[in-house]
Design a protein around this ligand. Structure first.
Ligand code: AN0
Ligand code: CP
Length: 320
C-alpha cells in the first residue's frame, strides 16, 4: 500500500480485516517495523478519535509521531495557484506540505469540505495538492468526501460482531442534526459496504429522507429506500449518521427528530447492533436509550480505530 485515501487502495477486504484483528490480538508484535520512522499528523479541523487512535497505532509499531494542528497553530494556508497572496493567507500549500514532507516518512491529513462549492469539495483539490507537494505516502484522516479509516474500522467491527450464519444485513440510516455536516462518513461507509457486498461479506441498505441522496458514485449496488421503518426490517447492524444534502449542496432540508433511531423503531430489526462514528449528539441523532443500551457498539467501534490505523500504517511501512 502506498497511500490510503479510499476503498480503492484495498483489494481483499476480508484479508485486511483479518490482519487488523491479528494486530488487535498482539498489538506489539511489530514494534521494530516503524523504528526511526516519523509519522506526521496534520489537522485542519478538530478530532478526538482519529488523532489519538492513529498516534497509538503508530506507537505500537515503534514509530515516532508529530501532530500539527494547522487550524489553531499553523499559518493560514493558501491552496489556490496563481494568486497574489496579499490577503489573509500567509503560506502556500506548496511550501507547507513540502516542508512537512521533509520531516516525515508518512503523513496523515484531515481536511473537511467547505460545503459551499460542491465541485471544489468533490475535486479533493486540497488533499491532492498536499499529496503531490509532500512527496510522501499520505493517509486520509477524513478528507472532503471520504473517511476511510472510519469505514475500515466499521467493517472490522461488523465482521467481529457478526453472529448470523448468513451475510449480516447492514443498514445506513440518515439521522437528524442541527449543523450541516459533510457527506464524507456516509459516502465512505457506503463505498466500503458496497465493495464488502460485492465480496460476499454483507447485504447493504441505505435509508434517508428524499433530498438526501448521496453521490451515486459511492452507492453502486446498495438497496436505497426512503421508508426508514421498511429499511430497518431484519437489520443486524444499524449505522446511524447525519449528513447535509448533496443535491442542494450543504443544506439542511428537514428539521425535527422524526428520523432519530429509537428503541421503538429498532423493534423491527433482528436485535440490531447500533453503530455511530462519534461524536454523536444524544437524543438528537440517536436516542440515549440506544447509545447506553446493551446493543450499542459505539465504544468498541471507536476502540477499533487503533487496529484500522495500525494495519494501514503496517502495510505502508512494509512498502517504504
Ligand atoms: C464530522 C463529520 O460528520 O464528518 C466528523 C465525524 C467523524 N462530524 C462532525 O463535525 C460532528
Ligand atoms: N470518528 C472520528 O473520526 O472522530 P474524530 O472526529 O473525533 O476523530
Amino acid at each position: 500500500m502506498k497511500n490510503f485515501f479510499s476503498v480503492a487502495d484495498v483489494d481483499d477486504l476480508s484479508a485486511l480485516v483479518k490482519e487488523a484483528l491479528a494486530l488487535k490480538a498482539t498489538p506489539n508484535a511489530h514494534r521494530t517495523l516503524g523504528q526511526h520512522k516519523m509519522l506526521g499528523l496534520v489537522f485542519l479541523n478538530p478530532s478526538l478519535r482519529t488523532r489519538l487512535s492513529t498516534q497509538k497505532a503508530a506507537m505500537n509499531l515503534g514509530m515516532d509521531v508529530m501532530v500539527m494542528n494547522m487550524d489553531k497553530d499553523g499559518w493560514a494556508l493558501e491552496t489556490r495557484d496563481g494568486v497574489v497572496m496579499d490577503g489573509t493567507t500567509v503560506e502556500h500549500i506548496r511550501e507547507a506540505a513540502a516542508v512537512m514532507g521533509t520531516y516525515c516518512d508518512i503523513l496523515g491529513l484531515r481536511s473537511f469540505p467547505g460545503l459551499k462549492d460542491r465541485k471544489e469539495d468533490y475535486s479533493e483539490d486540497l488533499f491532492n495538492k498536499f499529496s503531490t507537494y509532500c512527496k510522501k505516502p499520505l493517509i486520509s484522516l477524513e478528507s472532503a468526501t471520504r473517511h476511510p479509516l472510519q469505514s475500515l474500522t466499521d467493517l472490522i467491527t461488523i465482521l467481529e460482531n457478526t453472529t448470523v450464519a448468513s451475510k449480516p444485513k447492514v443498514v445506513l440510516t440518515w439521522a437528524p442534526h442541527v449543523k450541516a455536516l459533510p457527506q464524507a462518513v456516509p459516502n465512505s461507509f457506503a463505498e466500503w459496504m458496497c465493495k464488502a457486498q460485492q465480496q460476499g461479506l454483507v447485504d447493504f441498505t441505505i435509508t434517508h429522507p428524499e433530498g438526501y441522496e448521496l453521490d451515486e458514485h459511492f452507492t453502486k449496488g446498495a438497496t436505497i429506500i426512503t421508508n426508514q421503518q421498511e429499511a430497518l426490517k431484519n437489520a443486524d447492524f444499524v449505522y446511524v449518521k447525519n449528513w447535509s444534502s448533496y443535491q442542494e449542496y450543504g443544506k439542511i432540508l428537514i428539521t425535527g427528530r422524526d428520523w432519530m433511531p429509537t428503541p421503538e423503531k429498532l423493534k423491527a430489526t433482528n436485535k440490531a447492533k447500533i453503530m455511530h462514528c462519534l461524536p454523536v449528539r444524544r437524543d438528537l441523532e440517536l436516542a440515549s436509550a440506544l447509545l447506553d443500551g446493551p446493543d450499542s457498539l459505539v465504544i468498541q467501534e471507536a476502540g477499533n480505530r487503533v487496529w484500522a490505523a495500525q494495519v494501514v500504517l503496517k502495510r505502508i511501512l512494509s512498502n517504504l
